[in-house]
Write a protein that binds this ligand. Sequence first.
Ligand code: 2P0
Length: 319
Amino acid sequence: PRVVKASASAEQFAPSNIALCKYWGKRDRELNLPINASLSVSLDYLGSHTRLIPVDGQRDEVWLNGQQLQPGARFSQKVSAFIDLFRRDQDLYFRVETRNNIPTAAGLASSASGFAALTLALNDALALDLPPEQLSILARMGSGSACRSLFTGFVQWNMGLREDGMDSHGIPLARTWPGFCIGLVEIDAAEKATDSRSGMQRTVETAHLYQSWPLQAAADLSKLQQAIEARDFELLGQTAEQNALSMHATMIASWPPLLYWQPESVAAMQKVWQLRAEGMPVYFTMDAGPNLKLLFQREDRDALLKHFPGLETVEPFGP
Ligand code: 2P0
C-alpha cells in the first residue's frame, strides 16, 4: 500500500469466522495463497478488538488480552512482520493491543479476526483509505483465513489464478439467513501444539490422501452455494460436516500423524449423530483444534441446550 508518514491512533473490530468449506493447504506460503477456495460465516460480535498507538521506540509492542508479549513470541513476530508490509523502511512503530472475546488459539480462528482487525486499524492509523477487497488481500498475508473476516455473513475466499495473489480475497455472499445458529462447544481452550500453518504444510507434504482434498473442497463449495441460495439447512449441514471430516482425514493420514481431537471431541460428535438419528437437524464442523462448532436452527436451540448445557450460541443473521 501507499505509505503515509503521519500516523495516528486507531481502534477497530473484526469478527471471527467459521469455515463451512475449509482452507487447508497453500500453493504459496509467503503470500498465503490457498490450494482451494473456501467459504465461511462470520461470527457477528465474537472476534477481536485491536487498538494501535504510535510509539517512539524502535520496535512494536504487542499486547494480547491485557498482557504484553515477549518480542520473540510467535504471535508478536507475526504481528511485527505484518506491520512491516505497511511501514516498509520507515521508523513507524506501534503499541498493538488486541483483545479477543473468544478463546485464543483453541481452533476458534482468533488469528483470523486478529489480523483482520489489525488490517482495518492500520488502514485508519495510516490514513490509507483502501477499498475492502484490497484490505482483504492484505489481511490474507497476515493469516489466510483473515481475508474472510473483513466481511460479515457468508463469505467466499476465491483461490485466484494470479501468482501475485491480487485476485485471492474474500467476497461477501449477499445472502441472509435469519435463525441460522452456530454453537461453540468448548472441549479445551489451551493453546494447541501444532498451529494450522505447520499442520497444513505437513499435510500437503506427507499425506497422499491430500490429493483428493481439492476435489472434495470444490464439490462442497458448489453444494454450499446451492444450500445458501435455497436456504436448504440439511444440505448446508451435511456438506459442512463432511467437509470438516474430510479435512481431518487428510491430517490423520500425514506423517507424523496430526490429530487435533480429544476423546471428548469424539464423544460430542457421537452425541450430534445420536440427536440426528432422533430427528434433530444438527451438524458440526471442526477446525485445527479439539472444539466443535454446532450448526443448527433457532427452533431447536432449547432442545439442543439440554444436551449441550452452557453452549455459547451466535446468530450471525439475527433471530
Ligand atoms: C479454515 N483453518 O478455513 C481452516 C480450517 C483451520 C482449519 O484457516 O497459515 O490461521 O495463517 O494462513 O488462516 C486456519 O489457518 O493459517 C484456518 P495461515 P490460518 O478456517
